[in-house]
Design a protein around this ligand. Structure first.
Ligand code: NAD
Length: 452
């Protein structure tokens, strides 16, 4: 109890909440362990809530706060109708979930993927709330997505679908309200369409979306930011654990899109050996280290990853179990679970993807002594440089790439120090420490703003 009260005090909310301390949650621990004990596959939002519940158990906040922190503030589901190039009409489900805006405008990416559903988006929106809080940048959390395989659409169809999404969500978006960004299968091209479509209605509004092309109000350093931040996160952990530098360490990366390929490039530049990478279609390995610049050029030329001559083809499913110092999942959620967590052969899992480890998988990694750098910190470089882009847009100013990268480095270091301190002092896993820190910051804002 003393520890819990200390945590409340450090969140700056003790004086407002302590009168209700008698109502501290008896049922919370039971709820968390019930969820954890469940053998059926959890939905993504159940998995995210399991991690939050565990951190809340540590904090022992009053029960009335728990529901508030877990429940999204707004969920919007729309159907987008598209006249296809072949004359047929197709419809697509799309979602935007706004989880929390206590600390600033809602912020979060837009994902185009066939597996997108409301539960998925709900979980990702919640993760954004905790991520912006861990990184200590003044945004809340949101996420959006369209249930579509973009590979099945022409560029014209994709553009119309993106513009229709803006038309449908326009009432809830805004430069100071809700600011989308790229996520899986969306990038600078889609963000430019969003900027243009929104500007038609609201006038010149570059700050409505981040991740725009550099020549269209985007920020230098944004494209590489999530991968770069991931590398900074790994560098900090290696140093804190006394394991040395990135140089000569071995890395395996699942996913070779924006995040995975930039992480690979920066690790390679720092002397790390990237020994295997995969994407949705295949995987390639080289125990001496892949020549990442050549591999990136090969993929950019629209060749498949697996046809790269500088490595051997391996089954893409086996990439997670290739021996290495650091495994970086940088693709989809839920890939490390109770079925494969025992087979991983790494010392560190650095979660560049959102939600790559299920609670069951996480429990096994903890038992095995594998350190997990949690997603809400590890991939926070993306939203951090999105924040920098937004600030530059508001100022009508442009920072140099070195300036952006140096500021990103400082934010990543400070976020790491905050969670490492909790991790070592309270002997809790880094993931729990990150959620505790985030919950403290969000709760403090919520409580101090008041509830009227
Ligand atoms: P992307 O679309 O650019 O790349 C995704 C990559 O994952 C592709 O190479 C794809 O082929 C691969 N992939 C998909 N399914 C796979 C599978 N089953 N096995 C192996 N590889 C698979 O997406 P991205 O922007 O690089 O995002 C990757 C992850 O990082 C997502 O979880 C996303 O939410 C997270 N993330 C992205 C950003 C960002 O700034 N882009 C920020 C924070 C978090």
């Amino acid at each position: 109890m003393a520890l819990a009260l200390k945590k409340l005090a450090s969140a700056g909310v003790a004086h407002q909440l302590l009168p209700a301390a008698g109502a501290l949650l008896p049922g919370l621990g039971a709820a968390a362990s019930q969820l954890q004990a469940r053998r059926t596959k959890m939905s993504h939002s159940e998995a995210t809530n399991t991690f939050i519940l565990e951190a809340l158990e540590h904090l022992e906040y009053p029960k009335r706060l728990r529901k508030l922190l877990l429940t999204p503030e707004r969920e919007v589901a729309v159907e987008l109708a598209l006249l296809r190039d072949n004359g047929e009409v197709a419809t697509f489900n799309a979602y935007r979930v706004q989880h929390d805006n206590s600390r600033g405008p809602y912020k979060g990416g837009l994902r185009f993927h066939p597996q997108v559903d409301l539960d998925d988006v709900r979980s990702l929106a919640s993760l954004m709330t905790w991520k912006t809080a861990v990184m200590d940048i003044p945004f809340g959390g949101a996420k959006g997505g369209v249930t579509v395989d973009p590979n099945e659409l022409s560029e014209r169809e994709l553009e119309i679908l993106t513009r229709k999404l803006v038309q449908a969500l326009r009432p809830i978006l805004g430069t100071y309200e809700d600011i989308p960004a790229p996520d899986m299968n969306t990038g600078a091209r889609e963000m430019a369409w969003i900027f243009d479509e929104y500007t038609k209605f609201a006038g010149f509004s570059p700050g409505i979306v981040t991740g725009k092309p550099v020549w269209l109000h985007g920020s230098l350093g944004r494209e590489a930011a999530t991968g770069r931040g991931t590398v900074f996160a790994i560098r900090e952990l290696l140093a804190a654990q006394g394991l040395g530098e990135i140089k000569n360490k071995s890395f395996v990366i699942q996913g070779f899109g924006n995040v995975g390929s930039w992480a690979a490039q920066i690790l390679h530049e720092m002397g790390g050996r990237v020994v295997a990478v995969s994407d949705a279609f295949g995987a390639v390995a080289n125990e001496h280290g892949l020549q990442i610049p050549d591999l990136r050029a090969h993929v950019a030329d629209r060749h498949s990853l697996a046809s790269f001559a500088g490595g051997v083809v391996i089954p893409k499913e086996s990439v997670l179990t290739v021996p290495c110092d650091v495994l970086i999942p940088a693709a989809i959620g839920g890939v490390i679970d109770e079925d494969n967590a025992r087979d991983l052969q790494c010392k560190i899992v650095a979660e560049a993807a959102n939600g790559p480890t299920t609670p069951e998988g996480d429990a096994i990694l903890r038992e095995r002594g594998i350190t997990v750098l949690p997603d809400i910190f590890t991939n926070g470089g993306g939203v951090t440089v999105s924040f920098f882009e937004w600030v530059q847009n508001l100022q009508n100013f442009k920072w140099s790439e070195d300036e952006v990268n140096a500021k990103l480095d400082r934010v990543m270091r400070e976020a790491f120090e905050a969670i490492w301190e909790l991790h070592t002092e309270d002997k809790i896993p880094l993931r729990t420490a990150a959620f505790v820190k985030a919950l403290q910051r969000v709760t403090r804002a919520r409580v101090h703003r008041g509830f009227d």
